[in-house]
Structure formats: structure tokens, C-alpha cells
Design a protein around this ligand. Structure first.
Ligand SMILES: Cc1cc2nc3c(=O)[nH]c(=O)nc-3n(C[C@H](O)[C@H](O)[C@H](O)COP(=O)(O)OP(=O)(O)OC[C@H]3O[C@@H](n4cnc5c(N)ncnc54)[C@H](O)[C@@H]3O)c2cc1C
Length: 227
């Protein structure tokens, strides 16, 4: 029997890339095909990963990364993503294991500290003392380029806590939704789930409540309350 060496994976959602990573661990080289040309940045709000989902991510060694990303605020989250893309590119170009370039823990530390110089980068506990100078220069360049790019994923992390002012705004938005839901005789959750109202109160503007039929029924009223 011929040993399988390559695989085609159709779909770059959650299942496709996870399957591809599991295949690679099994010694099979996968290629993922996705119908959409770009990433889904800024689309949707948040994704809760259930314990069985985390178990699946643990098998491919991605559970800690996903957990960590979920706890970052938008700007450090955008930086962490840029650093992960930089590491991936370098790992492919040089055919090196990712962890040899920079560890996951270091990605989070750098994303949070946002060092502006070689000295500040080297001072981070998570950075190895012998970190390659050329890697450091290109990492700092990546951070600099990222700082001038717009942050498209503006949703606060699920764990972010609203301030007192944002809580008061959230209460006002909830009242607007409750009143409209009573008028339409539908559930408030259908018009705008609580999580979306929290995101709106905390500054996100890519809510489902602001597009399509929801914009008509509730979005415009919410926007009036936000100004
Ligand atoms: C509003 C909403 C909220 C949700 N919230 C949660 C949540 O909090 N937690 C949770 O666990 N789940 C949640 N889900 C469910 C979760 O999104 C799905 O279970 C999950 O996305 C399924 O992953 P998947 O990779 O199997 O499929 P998908 O994410 O649907 O990915 C399939 C991919 O395949 C691509 N594709 C399809 N056909 C082709 C083709 N012929 N060629 C190339 N590419 C193709 C598609 O473009 C797509 O990118 C939610 C779903 C919705 C709609």
C-alpha cells in the first residue's frame, strides 16, 4: 500500500486548519483551500470555545495560544497576530520550527509590551538572551509597521471589563432594546444579544445589530443612544 504523503483540505474555517495541523503532525503535508480570498478580520464578534473544542486544540498544541489571544485587548491582539504572521513567514523561509524563532509566551509578552527598541525587546523576561539580532530587527520593523496600520478587529476581548460609564451606557442600550422588542413582540436577544450591546458600549462598531434588517429595527435607535 502506498503511504499517504499529501492531503487537500477544503475550507479555512476552524476545522480545516486544525485538521491540516493534525495531518502535519502525522507526517502528511496538507494544503488548505479556502473560497474567500481574504481573512475574516472585523467580521463577527466573538467566539466561545467549549471545553471539547479546547481539548481538540490541545491535541495540536494550540489551546494555550487561543486562550491567550482571547484575553488580549484589541491593540495587543492585533500586534500578537502580526508577530505570529511574521514568525510563520520566517519559519517557512528558513525551514525552522516556529518555537526556535520566538515562543508563544514571547509573542504575548512582546504584543503586550510593544517594545520600541532592541534594548526594550531584550529586557522582556520572555525573550531569550541570545535572540538573533537580525530577527530582532525584523520583529521591531513588523511592530512599527503594525502600529501605523488600522486595527480592524475592534471588539474588546471577552474578558475585558466595562468601566462604570460603559456599564451605564450598556444599561441604557438594554432599555432601548427591551422597549423595541416589546413593540415588535420578539425577544430582545433576537434584536441584539447582550454580548453585542456590551461590545457596542465598549466601543466596537461592527455589531450585527448595525447591519441588515437589525439596523432598521434596532441599530439606528442604538446609534442615537451612542452619541
Ligand atoms: C452567529 C454564529 C455564532 C457562533 N458562535 C459560536 C461560538 O461562540 N462557539 C462555537 O464553538 N461555535 C459557534 N458558532 C458555530 C461555529 O461558527 C461553527 O461550528 C464553526 O465555524 C464550524 O467550523 P468549520 O470550520 O467546520 O466551518 P466554517 O467555519 O463554516 O468554515 C468552512 C470554510 O470552508 C469554506 N468553503 C466552503 N466550501 C468551499 C469550497 N468548495 N472551496 C473552498 N472553500 C470552501 C468556507 O468559505 C468557510 O470559510 C457560531 C455560528 C454562528 C453562525
Amino acid at each position: 500500500m502506498t503511504a499517504v504523503r499529501t492531503a487537500l483540505v477544503i475550507g479555512g474555517g476552524i476545522a480545516g486548519p486544525v485538521a491540516a495541523m493534525a495531518l502535519r503532525r502525522a507526517g502528511i503535508e496538507p494544503t488548505v483551500y479556502e473560497a474567500y480570498a481574504g481573512t475574516a478580520d472585523g467580521v463577527g464578534g466573538m467566539l466561545t470555545v467549549a471545553p471539547n473544542g479546547l481539548d481538540a486544540l490541545r491535541i495540536i498544541g494550540a489551546d494555550e495560544v487561543v486562550r491567550g489571544i482571547g484575553q488580549l485587548d484589541p491593540k495587543p491582539r492585533a500586534r500578537a497576530k502580526s508577530i505570529a504572521i511574521w514568525r510563520e513567514r520566517l519559519a517557512r523561509e528558513r525551514d525552522l520550527p516556529r518555537a526556535w524563532i520566538i515562543s508563544d509566551a514571547a509573542i504575548f509578552a512582546v504584543a503586550q509590551a510593544n517594545p520600541g527598541s532592541r534594548a526594550a525587546l531584550g529586557a522582556l523576561d520572555a525573550m531569550p538572551a541570545n535572540f538573533n539580532d537580525a530577527f530582532a530587527a525584523s520583529l521591531l520593523q513588523t511592530l512599527h509597521e503594525q502600529s501605523t496600520a488600522p486595527v480592524t478587529d475592534l471588539n474588546p476581548s471577552q474578558d475585558a471589563r466595562p468601566t462604570a460609564e460603559q456599564k451605564a451606557l450598556l444599561a441604557r442600550l438594554a432599555k432601548v432594546v427591551d422597549a423595541r422588542a416589546a413593540e415588535l413582540q420578539v425577544s430582545a436577544e433576537l434584536l441584539a444579544p447582550r454580548g453585542e450591546l456590551k461590545a457596542l458600549a465598549m466601543g466596537a462598531r461592527d455589531s450585527h445589530a448595525l447591519v441588515g434588517w437589525r439596523r432598521e429595527e434596532i441599530g439606528n435607535r442604538l446609534l442615537e443612544s451612542l452619541v
